[in-house]
Design a protein around this ligand. Structure first.
Ligand code: HXC
Length: 262
């Protein structure tokens, strides 16, 4: 998309791939409301763009994002926060974004930065990625889903350890605990790997990709029995897609499938 933003850099460096870079360097990409509104707008554009199959989100080498904007929050009152649904717009992307979002984290991913990363579908980390939920040090708690998503990602004891102490964890730890899918040797490699993964995903049938994301996400909401049943319904449904016929026929005929996204 050719739009320009105050706090984002947006481009499409590979076929089928949307790329969003958080770009508020003076505040270590602190996630002020205008930035979140821009991020939602950019991701909505990619969601609507049929040529885009997957999206990469990253920050800078120093910081993915150092959290929600503390200076914006410090004078908030209960009635304005509650009355105006403060940060409700943070979670919008998890409902409207049906295309895979790969998050490449270098540097700080703290508080809301960690929470934003966890809204992605896959997290890749560079050597100096640093995750934490330091809200306790500010006299508050995670408010962007951290208590829920971190606990699901790494388990209760580890999540409690991080959230109650405010201590950070390293890239290596994040990868060992399964918060991150993979760890890379340099920041550039991390972003390149995320772009390559996005390119690979974008080369598949968008309809199958969408269904993959939907069924995996369902595992976070349903018990295994209901989840497997849900998966089977979607699987059966895909026999109604052209791309299932195309994919399986191409295999049988030893040809490369030409997806129609239908
Ligand atoms: C606003 C921030 C910020 C933040 C950094 N800055 N983080 N501004 N909100 N979350 C600003 C600093 O004020 C400073 O601005 C500039 O960015 C550079 O930061 P420094 O502190 O000078 O850098 P450094 O010494 O390298 O320390 C890096 C840091 C530290 C360890 C990441 O900045 C830090 O602790 N930041 C806050 C981390 C945090 O508590 N995050 C959780 C926020 S609460 P100036 O103008 O002085 O140059 C939260 C709630 C989520 O996220 C719930 C809602 C979704």
């Amino acid at each position: 998309s050719a739009k320009t933003y105050e706090h984002l850099l947006v481009s499409s460096p590979k076929p089928g791939v949307g790329f969003v870079q958080l770009n508020r360097p003076k505040a270590l990409n602190a996630l002020c409301t205008p930035l979140i509104l821009e991020l939602n707008a950019a991701l909505r554009d990619y969601q609507a763009d049929k040529s885009i199959g997957a999206i990469v989100l990253t920050g800078s080498e120093r910081a993915f994002a150092a959290g929600a904007d503390i200076k914006e929050m410090k004078d908030l009152t209960f009635s304005t926060a509650y009355g105006n649904d403060f940060i409700e717009n943070w979670s919008e992307l998890v409902t409207f974004l049906k295309k895979p979002l790969i998050v490449a984290v270098n540097g700080y991913a703290l508080g809301g930065g960690c929470e934003l990363a966890m809204m992605g579908d896959i997290i890749y980390v560079g050597p100096k990625a640093t995750f934490g939920q330091p809200e306790i040090k500010l006299g508050t708690i995670p408010g962007g889903g951290g208590s829920q998503r971190l606990t699901r990602a790494i388990g209760k004891s580890r999540a409690m350890d991080i959230i109650l102490t405010g201590d950070n964890i390293s890239a290596k730890q994040a990868a060992e605990w399964g918060l991150a899918a993979r760890v890379f040797d340099t920041p550039e490699e991390t972003v390149d790997a995320a772009l390559s993964t996005a390119e690979k995903i974008a080369s598949y049938s968008q309809i199958a990709v969408k269904a993959c994301k939907e069924v995996v996400n369902k595992s976070q909401e349903l018990g295994v029995r209901d989840g497997v049943e849900f998966e089977r319904r979607i699987f059966h449904g895909l026999f109604g897609s052209k791309d299932q016929t195309i994919g399986m026929t191409a295999f049988a005929e030893k040809k490369k499938p030409e997806w129609t996204n239908e």
